[in-house]
Design a protein around this ligand. Structure first.
Ligand SMILES: [Zn+2]
Length: 298
């Protein structure tokens, strides 16, 4: 797997002045996307450790093989999107440290969709980082209670999560300013009612890309849930897909890496290209259409 490449997970960050460094804790360069792809499988396990890699510029992948966590880092403070599961959060923290960054320099943490595979580790992260948690209005309720919203297609399917306090609510099209960069929250209800996607710019020298971390948007539910049932649910879902299709998007990332062929794209050397936000939205729309047909045939 990663034996030859793995920087020791849990290694201590070098010194205080290294917290803005793009060098790993062992002084090397972070893995490339292609090196990372060698150690993971498509649709890999949620808690399978993977070393971090540099996506582009100041944007790093710090998640596991199966669940993404995205760190945008600079000596002026970091923004982290998603934690993975409770166990996965420990891997995320170790990955951040192994990049030479200090988790205590994370200023804000936010989410994709409010299910335990992506936010189940928020309590672990909140304790370790002191960062402010930023959430959509519905995700705020879920994070603060630990229980899914009743309108969630997966309501009743998951164990409760450890509650955390949300410091700030963010809505569709609102900007999160972390002092040196702004991130646009895109409201994308569908897979869950409080789901967010995120867009920001990341530059590597003169190569500036608009990155979109687009939510899963897959129509997955418990057996007795109908997407066509709650009034307005499908309309909001389709609006979410339009928002992703029309987002300024040079590079697509997703909370489940394989949902956007991230592994295959990473293996080619860069996550840029192959699958656009527009293509991704079109694929998910097809799945939603199929689901609607199935529901109307019930
Ligand atoms: Zn998920």
């Amino acid at each position: 797997m990663f034996d030859k490449l793995l920087a020791p997970i849990g290694a201590i960050a070098l010194t205080a002045c290294a917290t803005g460094s793009a060098q790993t804790a062992t002084g090397g360069q972070p893995l490339t996307a292609a090196e990372w792809a060698e150690g993971c499988e498509p649709w890999d396990e949620w808690d399978k450790p993977a070393p971090p890699f540099k996506i582009h510029g100041d944007t790093y992948y710090v998640g596991t093989c199966g669940i993404a966590a995205i760190l945008v880092a600079d000596r002026r403070g970091h923004f982290l999107i998603d934690s993975g599961t409770e166990a996965g959060a420990e891997i995320v923290l170790a990955n951040i440290r192994s990049l030479g960054f200090d988790p205590k320099d994370i200023r804000f943490i936010s989410h994709s969709h409010e299910h335990y595979d992506h936010v189940g580790g928020f309590a672990v992260l909140a304790e370790e980082t002191g960062a402010q948690i930023v959430a959509s209005p519905i995700a705020k309720e879920v994070l603060e209670s630990g229980v899914l919203n009743e309108a969630d297609p997966q309501f009743g399917m998951h164990d409760p999560m450890k509650p955390v306090t949300v410091a700030r609510i963010i809505e569709d099209r609102e900007q999160l300013d972390i002092g040196w960069k702004t991130f646009t929250a895109i409201g994308t209800p569908g897979h869950s009612p409080g789901a967010l996607s995120w867009q920001w710019k990341s530059c590597e020298e003169k190569d500036c890309l608009s990155i979109v971390y687009a939510d899963s948007l897959s129509p997955v539910s418990r057996d007795d849930f109908l997407f066509s049932d709650p009034p307005g649910y499908v309309a909001a879902y389709r609006t979410s897909l339009l928002r992703i299709a029309h987002a300024e998007c040079d590079m697509l990332l997703t909370p489940h890496p394989s949902a956007s062929q991230m592994l295959k794209r990473a293996a080619s050397g860069s996550l840029k290209g192959w699958l656009s936000c527009k293509d991704y939205a079109a694929r998910v729309s097809e799945r939603l259409d199929q689901r609607m047909l199935q529901e109307s045939a019930r």
